[in-house]
Design a protein around this ligand. Structure first.
Ligand SMILES: [Zn+2]
Length: 272
């Protein structure tokens, strides 16, 4: 049984502020250590739950946050940034039984949610897949679903976990901090958070034998609407083939399937 652990950084315990997840800032190395330990806790639980192979995808910023030298030696790490499937790189192999999201955050525009954003805090206000408002967990879950893999578990603040539960349903949620604003939270000690992550990962993976949860899929073709922060971003983004301007700040694209929609989405965001 093969499991993908897709890790982000804003949702790990202790993070309340952009400086802590920015490689240019002095706080950053501390949180690389905690992120790596959170991933290790998820990997340990995943193996204990019956996985035989674990791939980790480093999905924050440049994709070089996880300290490979401190990682469980049984896992393989997808590191770096320009891979086609970005935050869930590896999923395209199509043979994963499930996916675990570690360190995730709520979607853009959410209250009581630490560092809530969708892909790019500077560029994106909102994203809809077939008229469903989604954050990064929704976008990534839809790609995983297209390759037949359900999301088994998510870790993050209480708002992230509630959004994932509402959209995806039936997954394990590990609340590692209670956000009290965009930049504040009551945080569990990392050791406590990691013990919860390990236990829930084991339960999530061992529960797969009951056939739950189901992959999250969106109907095809996939219509993606992106609302940008500024009209000048749409001026640039709508030059890409297939990107249709709806109004000052929104564009619409249609793709035959979710993996193509994801790749197109990334191209448009980069162009903006
Ligand atoms: Zn991130």
């Amino acid at each position: 049984m093969k499991i993908l652990i897709a890790a982000d950084m804003e949702g790990i315990s202790g993070v309340t502020n952009w400086d802590q997840v920015d490689p240019a800032r002095s706080e950053y190395p501390r949180f690389c250590k905690i992120m790596t330990a959170d991933v290790n806790a998820a990997a340990l639980g995943t193996f204990d739950g019956g996985a035989t192979e674990v791939v980790v995808s480093d999905g924050h910023a440049g994709g070089y946050n996880i300290l490979i030298e401190d990682l469980d030696p049984r896992v393989c790490l997808n590191s770096g940034n320009s891979a086609p499937f970005a935050m869930v790189q590896g999923i395209e192999a199509g043979d994963f039984s499930g996916v675990i999201f570690v360190g995730y955050h709520a979607r853009s525009g959410t209250e009581k949610a630490v560092l809530a954003h969708t892909w790019s805090s500077k560029r994106i206000a909102n994203v809809w897949l077939n008229d469903i408002l989604v954050g990064e967990h929704g976008l990534n879950a839809a790609v995983c679903g297209a390759f037949g893999a359900p999301v088994l578990m998510i870790t993050g603040d209480q708002t992230t976990c509630a959004q994932a539960e509402e959209l995806l349903g039936g997954l394990e949620t590990v609340i590692v901090k209670h956000s009290t604003s965009f930049s504040s939270a009551e945080c569990l000690h990392p050791y406590v958070a990691q013990e919860l992550i390990r236990k829930d990962a084991e339960r999530a993976v061992s529960g797969l034998k009951d056939g739950k949860p189901k992959p999250f899929t969106v109907s095809e073709p996939v219509k993606t609407i992106i609302e940008f922060r500024l009209s000048e971003m749409v001026d640039r983004a709508c030059r890409l083939p297939g990107a249709k301007r709806l109004d000052a700040t929104r564009i619409e694209m249609t793709a035959p399937d979710m993996p193509t929609a994801y790749i197109n989405f990334r191209a448009v965001v980069q162009a903006a």
